[in-house]
Design a protein. Structure first.
Length: 285
């Protein structure tokens, strides 16, 4: 499998290399900011740290602005309305879990990543992160089988239940586990609305309209509008586990094609990401 991944990486189109570049940039930002978090840092400060780091490296637009969630907010405890997703003055404490989430646009390509960690040891979140590996494998396997997005969603949720966890991506708008992303027209200045980049929202709305006419949706949800096979394109996928006030997730780009070759019909854009390296180290230990 490692050889297949290397050969595929060598064959990536210039466009896909652009998406891989911005995804790696976002994860580098997450790791850098995570290393700088200290007791007393607030969610708002952590979100600002992400924005400033990315802007210093040329990011001028966003699919959505950076988020940060600390403590039980990593499990979206009692989240009822969209405004609760925005960063707050919640302060980080020793042993507390955190999630950093950012979606920069760079050189016309977008990424959406989620990075889970803790300030010091947190065995619960460590276990959640280890158990997310099975979800990454399940999602890829069933996308290659061309099962409907709705069915895959339900099977991911069943796996969470067997593991003893709660499905926390249910708390996202429309309960999505993923959404489509694509090229974004670069502008010198791109406004945001409710934390989302105007150009990216415009592209998602266009996809939604186009998909509605053809019987598919750019949102991967548990609802009937997602009851169709995976649509070719790029999907930002984010299974999110919760357990007693602690949450963990990853988020990365899944490439879906119309190839009849199972290995080429769907694949993760990049296997050199923090959570994937973590699992490789656990397997080798």
């Amino acid at each position: 499998m490692a050889g297949d991944t290397k050969q595929r990486t060598d064959r990536l189109t210039a466009e896909l290399r652009g998406f891989r570049e911005v995804q790696r940039l976002a994860y580098e930002c997450a790791e850098t900011v995570a290393a700088q978090l200290r007791p007393g840092t607030t969610e708002r400060e952590a979100a600002r740290m992400q924005r400033e780091w990315l802007r210093e490296r040329g990011v001028r637009d966003w699919f959505h602005l950076p988020f940060a969630w600390f403590g039980d907010r990593t499990a979206f405890a009692d989240f009822k309305i969209p405004l609760q997703f925005f960063p707050t003055n919640r302060k980080l404490e020793p042993g507390m879990p955190f999630i950093l989430d950012m979606a920069p646009v760079f050189k016309g390509c977008a990424a959406d990543v989620g990075y889970s960690g803790s300030l010091g040891l947190n065995p619960v979140q460590d276990r959640l992160m280890s158990d997310l590996r099975a979800h990454r494998e399940l999602i890829l396997e069933q996308v290659r089988e061309r099962r409907s997005l709705r069915e895959i969603y339900e099977n991911v949720e069943r796996l969470m239940t067997r593991q003893g966890y709660a499905n926390r991506h249910r708390a996202y708008p429309f309960g999505v586990i993923a959404h489509k992303i694509g090229p974004v027209r670069e502008r010198r200045w791109s406004p945001t609305a409710f934390g989302f980049g105007a150009q990216s929202l415009k592209g998602l709305a266009s996809d939604a309209l186009h998909g509605h006419r053809e019987g598919w949706s750019p949102l991967w949800s548990p609802y009937r509008f997602s009851d169709h096979p995976p649509q070719p394109g790029l999907w930002a996928v984010e299974p999110h586990l919760g357990f007693r006030g602690t949450g963990a997730k990853f988020e990365e780009i899944l490439v879906v094609t119309d190839s009849r070759d199972p290995l080429e019909s769907a694949y993760w854009l990049d296997d050199d990401l923090p959570h994937v390296r973590r699992w490789a180290e656990e397997k080798a230990a």
